[in-house]
Design a protein around this ligand. Sequence first.
Ligand code: FAD
Length: 376
Amino acid sequence: MLDRSVTARDQTYSAAGLDVVETVRDLSSRQLAPIVRKIDGEGHYPEAVIRAFGRAGAFARHLPGETLGGPDLVTAIRAMAAAGEYCLSTSFCMWCQNALAWYIFASDNQGLKASLGRRVAAGEALGGTALSNPMKTFFGIEQIRLKGKRVDGGYAVRGALPYVSNLGSDHYFGAVFEAEDAPKRYVMAIVPCASEGVALSGNTKFVALDGTRTFSVQLRDAVIPDSCVLADPSDAFIKRIRAGFVLLQAGMGIGLVRGCIALMLGVKGPLGHVNKYLDVQPEHLTGKLATLEAEVERLAATPFESDQAYWRAVLETRLAVGEAALTAAQAAMLHCGARGYVASAAAQRRLRESYFVAIVTPAIKQLKKMLADMTH
Ligand SMILES: Cc1cc2nc3c(=O)[nH]c(=O)nc-3n(C[C@H](O)[C@H](O)[C@H](O)COP(=O)(O)OP(=O)(O)OC[C@H]3O[C@@H](n4cnc5c(N)ncnc54)[C@H](O)[C@@H]3O)c2cc1C
């Protein structure tokens, strides 16, 4: 199994990808690290850093049809992990941006790829994804919240979504609505936030991830033109993009775990003599992380694989990432002790952030349900 993972990684991982990750790593240490507390405490949206990542190519290499040798999800994941070592809000905004670009370039909508798609890939246009509700709908957890009526040249869409991140008045997001004309079906499209009938409101204060520009979105017969449709009907398209959607999230978790390991190592000098009695040690997490990264990258090498065993492995790996994030953040807190408990400490921030890896769709509970359903 190890041999196969190395081969798959080597195929997709090139010098160009390495450059992207190194640039993101450098930008993160110089431009992101100094503002992490402002992001966390004041809900500052790290727009300048996200755009700089875009200019560095962080949102471009995983796109179908754009990279020699196939979509390079490994670079996207490593870049998100590099930022996530410092800040989960930023890493999540990168995932939102990556997911938006992923949908556009996986579609057959050539016009959208050539226009908005290019700008999203370069970080010039920003946005996200409203797929939590449909992802829960498709797996029997909740009802679809957006409905669309066929009108001349497009669909009039109405409904509300509680949380969509990485948004702004000139941003875009991918969404799924149920078409009400026959036959009943789901349609996937890009919604420009600037469209008439689209309203963003954002009063919710979260325990973490407040710097992600997360809004409630209301659509009141917003007309989504056919030129913004990604797939109609969308069932096959969603099956095609879902593994990439889930695997890309691993970058957030990997970065967070690495950040937690660094915190633990940082207190080894003053506190190692007593921390050594704790059950979870940085070496345990480092070993676990290496195995997890190898598996993520093996799976990320073939994001369009369609067999059920592959999908199951993706879900199991995503579950392991969520659980590793919780374990690592808790361990970092225990290792840092009172130093980690002060309001400005990184350890308590990482602990709050870690729960997001566990609850963002697909949440740990959804993953467990999906895996349980597969065995019946
Ligand atoms: C900071 C943040 C950013 C997010 N960004 C996105 C995004 O970009 N795109 C996206 O699609 N989803 C986003 N989500 C939603 C996220 O992916 C999950 O869907 C969400 O965390 C709940 O998932 P769950 O499976 O635990 O569902 P549960 O929390 O168990 O149940 C979800 C249900 O509870 C309802 N609900 C939500 N909030 C409340 C509340 N305050 N009071 C009562 N009921 C509530 C929802 O409407 C939904 O029907 C975001 C969530 C958070 C916290």
